[in-house]
Design a protein around this ligand. Structure first.
Ligand code: FAD
Ligand code: DLZ
Ligand code: SF4
Length: 516
């Protein structure tokens, strides 16, 4: 009896564990565009278009290579609307005895497949996703030995395991981490690199029409659409990044510039996450640039750390903590997400830039996600689950396994410090140091309180005061609370009143629970 091999939208690789079990002559490969997946959060139009087009291209490639492919389009009248439904329908239609899927990246979907398996008339096998370096078991074993989970130590294990940037058993250059050399603010530069742009072909054009028809009211600008949608295109984008931006990646990793969405970032996460590029091949290519003398060690080490360190680490945390992780709310924050997250209609120049480019490109780089939109939401006391759903919807690279730990853990501190040792809370001063947004802003970053003060300034103190019971004991915040303690009473009152005014202007009335 034939087997049905289900490939999900983020499993577009010939080297999937599921495909390795398949027999070209007898088995059926199933891929499905389904309404449930396209709507569990209101995805950005570019994200849906990217995935559907990449799926259609990949299916075509499989067929050309001689595979039997059942590709279900979104507008197929038989389409049941869910992946479980489509797997079940395919298995029944071809009397399959067995279905195989590589473990999905989202808990919700894995649970759905597990419950399907119970009553089905065929067996369902779920295989490990070995595109990742660390299996669930390896991560659990690593985590179970320690009180605190810190990426840096996990990262060293991954360096040893892969041999990336290793000189024997020592790290290349004598140090594991060269971040001390990074974090420089950037300057506008006429020769700023730009990501590779790919013109839409006929398949993409058809998908763009579909997305406009079916998801026309979703967030985001659909065109110009320039993402690569094939492995060949993604490999070109990788080469383009290595030759143009990688050498400066480290120096300007945390910088932000008005009018520059991408700076020296790779804009490859959407390709890596959906399977068009393998994380390890990206790291090896980048490592080669160092040994070829093309890029400095601080850039190459920093880049590789993001992938074999952070990316693997957050995935480990996700599977360690699900279910439940996405509802964590350490501070008990319960305000709604401000409307301007969907419109970019705000006078805060840094926020307008980050949200505006998110709307236009389904992209923002790490510091924008962490220190601008994420920081603001935490300072304003927004419900972390709403923040989580926004991030999951608006980025082309967003899947829950990677998004949730970054949002719930790293950016909102809603897990109480599993991922970071202190909240990434910052006043306007940080943004001013790392960007050129403040110069053109309606607010004054130097003013601490009053109607023209940068809203981050009073909100920063309001956040610390509001959550004092949770944070004062944190050793890394000792100095900050001492500064607050020494502040004159009028100044404290002015901060809290200014914060209340900012929140009220956003329709988020001040926190009644703490009586501030
Ligand atoms: P680069 O800056 O060029 O980095 C290189 C690669 O490293 C990325 O492509 C990515 O694969 C990896 N990487 C870097 N940082 C991280 C990280 N913190 N966690 C995991 N991988 C990382 N990344 C996602 O892939 N999907 C998400 O949904 C996502 N949501 C985020 C939400 C918040 C609040 C924050 C703070 C970060 C989030 N990140 C997410 C991590 C990071 O911001 C993006 O991976 C990165 O901005 C993607 O752009 P790039 O490819 O240009 O990355
Ligand atoms: C995000 C997404 C979207 C928009 N559409 C589909 C789809 O139609 N078919 C599919 O197989 N997957 C889709 N995905 C990805 C899934 O929602 C899910 O995030 C990943 O498969 C988790 O690994
Ligand atoms: Fe952002 Fe404040 Fe600077 Fe305006 S002044 S750009 S709100 S940090």
């Amino acid at each position: 009896t034939p087997k049905v091999i289900l490939l999900l939208a983020d499993q577009l690789s010939l080297d999937m564990s599921s495909l390795r079990q398949a027999n070209k002559t007898s088995d059926l490969i199933l891929m499905a565009e389904v309404a449930d997946e396209a709507s569990y959060v209101p995805h950005h139009k570019k994200k849906i278009a990217f995935l559907f087009s990449a799926m259609r291209h990949f299916a075509q490639q499989l067929e050309a290579a001689g595979w039997k492919v059942r590709y279900v389009r979104l507008d197929d009248p038989q389409n049941s609307g869910s992946l479980v439904g489509e797997l079940d329908r395919a298995c029944r239609d071809c009397s399959a005895g067995r279905a195989i899927v590589t473990e999905p990246g989202e808990y919700r979907l894995k649970a759905a497949f597990q419950s399907l398996a119970v009553g089905a008339g065929y067996s369902l096998t779920m295989l490990d996703d070995d595109r990742f370096l660390a299996s669930h078991e390896e991560f659990q074993a690593w985590a179970s030995d320690r009180k605190q989970l810190r990426m840096e130590y996990f990262y060293r294990e991954m360096r040893r395991k892969t041999g990336l940037l290793m000189a024997g058993n020592k790290p290349e250059g004598g140090k594991w981490n060269f971040d001390a050399e990074n974090r420089k603010p950037a300057k506008s530069d006429l020769f700023m690199p730009r990501p590779q742009r790919t013109a839409p072909d006929e398949i993409t054009q058809e998908v763009l029409d579909l997305v406009e028809t079916r998801f026309g009211t979703n967030f985001g600008k659909l065109t110009p659409f320039w993402y690569a949608v094939t492995r060949a295109g993604a490999l070109e984008a990788l080469e383009h990044f290595v030759s143009t931006a990688l050498p400066q990646f480290g120096d300007f990793q945390d910088a932000m510039l008005e009018g520059e969405c991408f700076l020296y970032h790779s804009v490859l996460a959407q390709y890596i996450n959906c399977g068009l590029l393998r994380p390890l091949e990206v790291c090896r290519r980048v490592e080669r640039a160092y040994y070829d003398g093309h890029a400095p060690l601080n850039a190459v080490e920093g880049y590789i750390r993001q992938i074999i360190g952070w990316r693997e680490f957050v995935r480990g945390i996700y599977w360690l903590k699900m279910p439940g992780y996405t509802s964590e709310n350490f501070f008990g924050a319960d305000r709604p997400l401000p409307e301007f997250y969907w419109t970019a209609d705000t006078d805060m120049a840094c926020m307008a830039a980050a949200i505006g480019q998110t709307r236009d490109e389904a992209y923002a780089h790490h510091i924008q996600r962490l220190m601008v939109t994420g920081n603001f939401a935490m300072l304003a006391g927004v419900d972390p689950h709403e923040v989580h759903e926004w991030y999951l919807a608006v980025y082309a690279d967003a899947y829950e396994w990677v998004e949730a730990p970054n949002v719930i853990g790293m950016s909102q501190f809603a897990d109480g410090g599993l991922l970071g040792s202190k909240p990434y809370a910052a006043s306007g001063n940080y943004i001013n140091k790392m960007s050129d947004h403040c110069g053109g802003c309606r607010y004054d970053v130097k003013q601490k309180t009053g109607p023209d003060a940068c809203p981050f300034n009073p909100l920063y103190w309001d956040f610390l005061v509001r959550n004092e019971d949770k944070l004062r004991g944190n050793a890394r915040l000792g100095q900050v609370y001492r500064t607050w303690d020494k502040m004159a009473e009028e100044k404290k009152t002015a901060y809290l009143q200014s914060a209340a005014a900012v929140l009220a202007a956003l329709g988020l009335e001040n926190d009644v629970h703490h009586g501030q």
